[in-house]
Design a protein around this ligand. Sequence first.
Ligand code: TRP
Length: 462
Amino acid sequence: MATAPAALWSSRLAFVLAATGSAVGLGNIWKFPYVAGESGGGAFVLIYLLCVVVIGVPLMMAEILMGRRGRQNPADSFRDLASESGARSWWWLVGFMGIIAGILILSFYSVIAGWAMAYVPVAVSGGFTGADAATISGLFGDLVSDPKRLLFWHSLFIVITIGIVSAGVEAGLEKAVKYLMPALLGILLILFGYSAASGYMDQALTFMFSPDFSKVTPQVVLSAVGMAFFSLSLGMGAIMMYGAYLPDRASIPKLALAVVSADTAVAILAGLAIFPIVFANDLAPGAGPGLVFETLPLAFGQMTGGWVLGTLFFLLLVVAALTSAISLLEPSVSWAVRHTGLNRKAAALLAGGTVWLLGLGTVFSFNIAADFKPLLDRTVFDLLDGLTSNIMLPLGGLLIAIFVARFMSRKVLGEELQLEDGLVFKLWHFLLRYVVRVCIILVFLNATGLLPKALSLIGVEW
Ligand code: TRP
């Protein structure tokens, strides 16, 4: 086993908070509701939950385990573990792909986090007060159609992310997540309470939980899998990186369960806070990426003192995004420190600068380059989002599952998980070895249109 890196989380709780901070982010509060809305609701949510249980939990354990045993950035952890397990050395490329995926994701993540930042001053100045749906949606339209404003907030968000990562993960971050994660939960509960009182909770519950299987298309399944990876921060090594800072004796299965449960709870809660407002105001659940920005402000505008809650909500959304953003940047920074001889600060500047530059593509895809659709009739933002969530993360997850279940010895795995060769271990190994693999491969075949063809050969119509 590699020796522990200089920096370790001060406790298990610190790891849980940091990993939950990574998992809980724009994915839960911004993306989950709008993707569920676009994908028809209940059926999507059900498939999503299924993915979280059969793919998310086993993979989360696998990533933490690889990180703690490798004790380095994902590429180097992969390389050392491959040599320990007698696997080929090119496995390091999987970790490296993850590092790249992190940079690509952060490039658009930062722009969306910038929207949330831009809404803070709007909320403070009473911009939502008494506004109707058309005015609120106008506020959003004004923001995304203004490249200068987007650029400003994107830049500010990247600068803060670079600042935290270059200072090191422990002191500042640990303290921040300890207070801010509970605060985020508190605000969400208040919003949920408001929505529950709106009289439209029934409709929201029906929308989210009664599956209409006629709405299940290959595309819906693919987005549910992609959403599970994105929301749980899996498939690119962010959790592996955090696992590298985990003390030796912490129980990986328990930690993984805690993080997955917290993340899922927040996503569901966010949906139940948002959809009642959508239905109460006759808005479209399938409105797309603008959904939270066009719904919640309406609710804030109607509550007494709603500007305070609105301000807090967007501030906390920014914080949730920040604790995720640092986990997207950390792997590339840790890699650069090791391989370029740069110090941590310079490495963070280099990686963050690259992210900033790539982010310009997303900034302009909402305005001056909205008609620039280089591939598949999609904008740069849609392409980056699709490429990472629907291809790179599942592919990374598939390869991680294959590596752990097929190449790492059962003895090493049992040791790291502190599990006897009993039922839990066998179940985990089985899920990782067969279920995760088969699910992801099916999803890929599906996406490429090969699955429907294969099925029709045996007379099944999909
Ligand atoms: N999980 C975060 C969210 O839901 C985003 C995120 C952070 C992420 N780190 C990641 C997504 C690594 C994929 C991979 O907002």
